[in-house]
Write a protein that binds this ligand. Structure first.
Ligand SMILES: Cc1ncc(COP(=O)(O)O)c(C=O)c1O
Length: 362
């Protein structure tokens, strides 16, 4: 069965000696490998203000705190995401306000967001779902007009671009996940990127209980509660080795995605997504809409191909009952969207076979 997701790890001969070296080095907590990994990641993204963390969820939690979210502040978000985007809003006491999605791509719809803005709106979270980038042209206008910061959840979209610039340089805060199945994994890990350096020291303290790592424990004074969100040297060492492969790995996702965009255009029963202006997707999952999804998935499975929707819509969880509202775009999208395998493990023969199988009908 060709899977939908699969972790990429560099060859054993390359990774294992470096891992072994760090594990027995006597220093496995946050140290130089973490700072070296941060430097490499900053260079890749093109943003010097990136901090390594233990997970993407940690990065989201910190982003909401740094954005100044207070209990009962409203944050406009999308149900078309993994749970942490929205559970971390609840962690800071914020109220999730569900924007509707564009039924042609599952991404937050700027028109819906505009209608939801109130005095209580303190942030807009954009999830670049499955590697597609949200309509940044429109969201930047909204952010400017209402003076509301954008937090980009780029857990799915490492390597995607807006106006030719990597995701991670374009908004007040952007978070990345290096969890098991993402474009790049360090087993677990995350990054928080910010568009200026003002809050870097504060964020650094918050990833380590509120302590300042530059001072000794005895000289430290915690002035704000922090968390244990630091990355350790073991995860960072995996990341350093991964960085040598990242361009090549991401380009495999993108090449396969573009192949499907071309080959599946106009195929009966398939509707391709609308990509937003001035964006370049990084195709973490290839996403499209199909008629009769149940039978589509069955016929793909019979051919040895895993096809399915991945995430459960977040607005159905009981903790968000008070945010419930009618989302017609989401209904339409949610009933038809599906993913097909597209990542680094999908060979040219595989992708051709996948296209041929779809073209046969279901
Ligand atoms: C859209 C989205 N946001 C945030 C996260 C949280 O990342 P992590 O698992 O690294 O905490 C994930 C993934 O797992 C995700 O898919």
């Amino acid at each position: 069965m060709i899977p939908l997701v699969k972790p990429f790890f560099p060859p054993r001969e390359e990774l294992m000696p470096e891992l072994e070296q760090i594990i027995y080095s006597g220093y496995v907590a946050e140290g130089q490998p973490v700072y070296d990994f941060e430097d490499k990641f900053r260079a890749f993204i093109g943003n010097p203000n990136c901090l390594a963390l233990h997970s993407g969820t940690d990065a989201l939690h910190l982003a909401y705190i740094l954005a100044g979210i207070q209990p009962n502040d409203e944050i406009i978000s999308t149900p078309m995401t993994a749970e942490p985007t929205n559970t971390s809003i609840a962690m800071v006491g914020g109220k999730v306000v569900w924007g509707d999605v564009n039924p042609n791509n599952g991404l937050l719809d700027p028109n819906s967001v505009r209608e939801l803005i109130t005095e209580k709106t303190k942030a807009i979270v954009l999830v670049h779902y499955a590697g597609m980038v949200c309509n940044m042209d429109e969201f930047n206008k909204i952010s400017k007009k209402f003076n509301i910061p954008i937090i980009e959840d780029a857990a799915h979209s490492l390597g995607s671009k807006y106006n030719g610039k990597q995701t991670g340089c374009n908004s007040a805060y952007t978070i990345f996940s290096l969890q098991a199945i993402k474009h790049m994994t360090t087993v677990d890990g995350g990054f928080l990127a910010m568009n200026n350096s003002d809050q870097m020291d504060r964020a650094r303290r918050m990833r380590w209980f509120g302590l300042d790592k530059k001072r000794s424990r005895l000289e430290n004074d915690i002035i704000e509660v922090g968390f244990k969100y630091a990355m350790n040297n073991v995860n960072a060492t995996i990341g350093l080795v991964q960085m040598r492969h990242i361009e090549e790995v991401i380009s495999k996702y993108i090449n396969n995605g573009k192949f499907y965009d071309k080959e599946l255009l106009g195929v009966d029963g398939v509707k391709l997504v609308d990509y937003c202006p001035n964006t370049e997707a990084s195709y973490w999952l290839y996403t499209m809409k199909v008629e009769d999804r149940e039978n589509f998935m069955k016929s793909m499975e019979a051919a040895g191909i895993l096809a399915s929707p991945l995430h459960h819509r977040s607005d159905t969880h009981s903790i968000f009952n008070s945010s419930k509202r009618n989302l017609p775009g989401m209904e339409e999208w949610y009933n038809h969207f599906v993913h097909i395998p597209c990542g680094w493990w999908v060979s040219e023969e595989d992708r051709q076979m996948i296209v041929d199988t779809i073209k046969k009908g279901w």
